[in-house]
Design a protein around this ligand. Sequence first.
Ligand code: S3P
Length: 435
Amino acid sequence: MVYIITPPHRLRGTIELPGDKSISHRAILLNAVASGSAEITNFLTGADCLSTIACVQALGVRIERQGTTVRVDGVGLRGLREPVDVLDCGNSGTTLRLLAGMIAGQEGMFAVLTGDSSLRSRPQQRIVAPLRALGASLDGRRQGNYAPLAVRGAHLHGGAYELPIASAQVKSALLLAALFGDAPLTLTGRTDGRDHTERMLAAMGVEITVDMPVIRLMPPVYSHALRPLSLRAPGDPSSAAFWWVAAAIHPDAELTTTGVCLNPTRTGALDALRAMGAQIEVTNQRVEGSEPVGDVTVRSSQLRGITIEGALIPRLIDELPVLALAAACAEGETIIRDAQELRVKETDRIATAASGLTALGATVEPTSDGMIISGGARLRGTSLDSHGDHRLAMTWAIAGLVASGETTLRGAGAVDVSYPEFWSVLARVAERSNV
Ligand code: S3P
């Protein structure tokens, strides 16, 4: 699918966001093994979360979806059935890694997990090695580092594991596996990735203590069941970030995103944009279910370059491509470092973001763990490709709102992975003068 984007004369509007992707996945996976039914509203209907639904249905769980409302009839901790075919996780790393953890503890069950060519080229040793240490039996291509992954459910033990990278997918795979273990699991090290799994497990009655950086989970298997957890998925801050950057870099803009998840493990993009001088207002802050939410308004801003590094990185990892675009439009230099994880996302986002920004006329130097962006560029419309990466597709669409002339985007359909309504929202908020 090819889209052509030209700059509108102004951006105005209020945007109700789709449900958070990470929370939508977890709401399905955790409720699948709860004892009873749960209803999830504002569920993200992006392709990634639909992959999770299909895989969990293949494990024998009844799930009914009507639009953005999903009912999951949990089968209890011991009720999953062996799938009769390969589980296709599509483009979704979260589906594959969290499911691998969950299936690893289903004694006697055999399952094969695979996905599209992007997912099959992403490293899995990060879950395979620690799951094996808990007693799991799993393997894959190249010594278990690449999908398809074959998992043979086993009797799992507890133990201690120090997370070497701040990956919420790895952390969550281990916590899900530990639900089926025979002893407590203690996680230390880089436990600072998004904490939705911990919040949901606690709300479902699992004994989990978080005293950062130490997370300890007591397996509920022999004591009690998981309570089903009905919830409304809050708006996805990773989707909202496209509108925040659009408003900040466009000369005549005011956009409000409502009901955004403001969990501190997810608000790094807001912190970075504030540090860059963006005009941001957060209103209507409240708590919905296990998560803080609020409305975020961003107006046209004079941005300046900053350094994005260290503990901030996991809090904005998915927003870095669009923040790099903001940096290209800012005054001065922006340095992004400690973000080597970008190399193993849906694409190598250091390479793909840097080359797209360069094609738009920005001066960008990719580094091993980030990039150096010289701001102040006047972006020129050009021909860009999403490379099948949803977040790049949306980054280039936002670039097209400020680049002179036409920006042609190939592979625009990739947005469906996390934000199917993206193009219709864009058409609504982009006001074009017909005088
Ligand atoms: C996610 C965790 C992050 C993030 C991904 C979603 C999750 O990945 O980039 O989009 O839902 O747990 P990592 O765990 O690889 O950091």
